[in-house]
Design a protein around this ligand. Structure first.
Ligand code: AFP
Length: 354
């Protein structure tokens, strides 16, 4: 039986043809990332059967306990991408320092940053997780990039994407010309274009925030969430539903499909007072995708994509999703800062999050 649909391979080659004088380097890099994600998908899928679930009893640079699958996924990405000649370096949420391309391989003009397995606390309970990646240009003349070469604002991203390992495996991607979604056809091992030109539905009905942290929130966040919870009895005069998957990839995917807003604001906890999510590996790629789908992404006090990173593992507040909602949260921050000042919530000493 003939299958219908555009394969990912065809899609990227046709995209490449639209741009005159391209070398194909970017297309091959993207293809290598996607192959790595298929391998991770297989590991996630067979997890318990091949004994790769559970803790690795090690900590990453963020002080978070690593899962076996975090380490395996990181290794899969490194090995799949280091040899192709498209990259000069990589950085990962799971590694303290920049990963240089081994001397035996040629180097290329791009840098890749990634979170190999985001939401990995969900691996044992068979809930959706994902890989997030972002492609940057290596600065001109640099062949051995250092941390400074990766500290580019999100507006400089050449491409951002994620692969969601859920009931189906989805690839969602932007190169700055809109957002396209693909679904892995397990029988033929190819991603098929299933969601071309994704746009976020504008009327938000769902919000996602970890409610257990509400006692640490700044007043602007508390005000916004209180109004959503008040539903049709409150100033919004409509009901909202709540969701929290603890997996940003799954939350962003839901927003792309159904609309809504996701918030991981900074809060009063000592280790979250600058935010919880990582600018390079999570916030920037997701913000690029969400903006390209017609949404907005903010720290509450400014556009995430405009932030110039100060370190590889910088954390940042993330408020992302339907534009009108994100703008409302920004407005509440402006009003709060005008009366209370930015450090409205005192920092408190807390146990590190896992
Ligand atoms: P892990 O990859 O360590 O599981 O973190 C996932 C994540 O970065 C993001 O995907 C979630 O939205 C968020 O953290 C969940 O954080 P909480 O556990 O504090 O709710």
């Amino acid at each position: 039986m003939m299958r219908k649909g555009t394969t990912f391979t065809r899609f990227i080659i046709e995209e490449q043809r639209r741009i005159p004088n391209t070398t194909g380097e970017f297309t091959l890099l993207l293809s290598a990332i996607v192959t790595a994600c298929k391998e991770i998908s297989d590991g996630v899928n067979r997890g318990q059967l091949i004994n790769v679930l559970g803790s690795a009893d090690t900590e990453n640079v963020q002080g978070e306990t690593q899962k076996k699958l975090d380490i395996i996924s990181n290794e899969i990405m490194l090995k799949a991408l280091e040899w192709g000649g498209h990259l000069s370096g990589m950085a990962s949420e799971e590694m303290e320092d920049v990963y240089p391309i081994p001397a035996r391989f040629p180097k290329g003009k791009y840098l890749v940053v990634f979170d190999p397995l985001d939401g990995s606390s969900n691996t044992e309970i068979n809930v959706s997780i994902g890989t997030i990646f972002s492609i940057l240009r290596c600065p001109e003349g640099i062949t051995n990039p250092t941390e400074a070469d990766f500290l580019q604002p999100g507006t400089q991203q050449v491409c951002a994407g994620y692969v969601l390992y859920g009931p189906a495996t989805n690839l969602v991607l932007t190169t700055g010309q809109g957002v396209n979604g693909f679904t892995l056809d397990q029988d033929i091992g190819e991603f098929i274009l299933t969601n071309p030109k994704l746009k976020i539905p504008t009327a938000a009905k769902e919000f996602a925030i970890n409610m257990s942290n509400q006692r640490y929130w700044e007043p602007a966040i508390k005000r916004y969430i209180d109004e959503l919870i008040a539903g049709d009895d409150g100033p919004r005069e409509k009901n909202f539903n709540t969701r929290w998957i603890a997996s940003m990839v799954a939350e962003v995917h839901r927003i792309l499909m159904r609309g809504g807003i996701f918030l991981y604001p900074k809060d009063g906890r000592e280790n979250v007072h600058k935010g919880r999510l990582r600018l390079l590996y999570e916030a920037n790629p997701m913000s690029f995708i969400i903006e390209q789908a017609g949404g907005a992404a903010s720290t509450g006090r400014g556009r995430i994509l405009s932030v110039v990173p100060d370190s590889l593992h910088q954390r940042i507040p993330v408020i992302i999703g339907a534009k009108e909602e994100v703008e409302r949260v920004e407005q509440y921050h402006r009003e709060m800062d005008a009366t209370l000042g930015e450090q409205a919530v005192p920092h408190r000493q807390m146990e590190p999050t896992t």
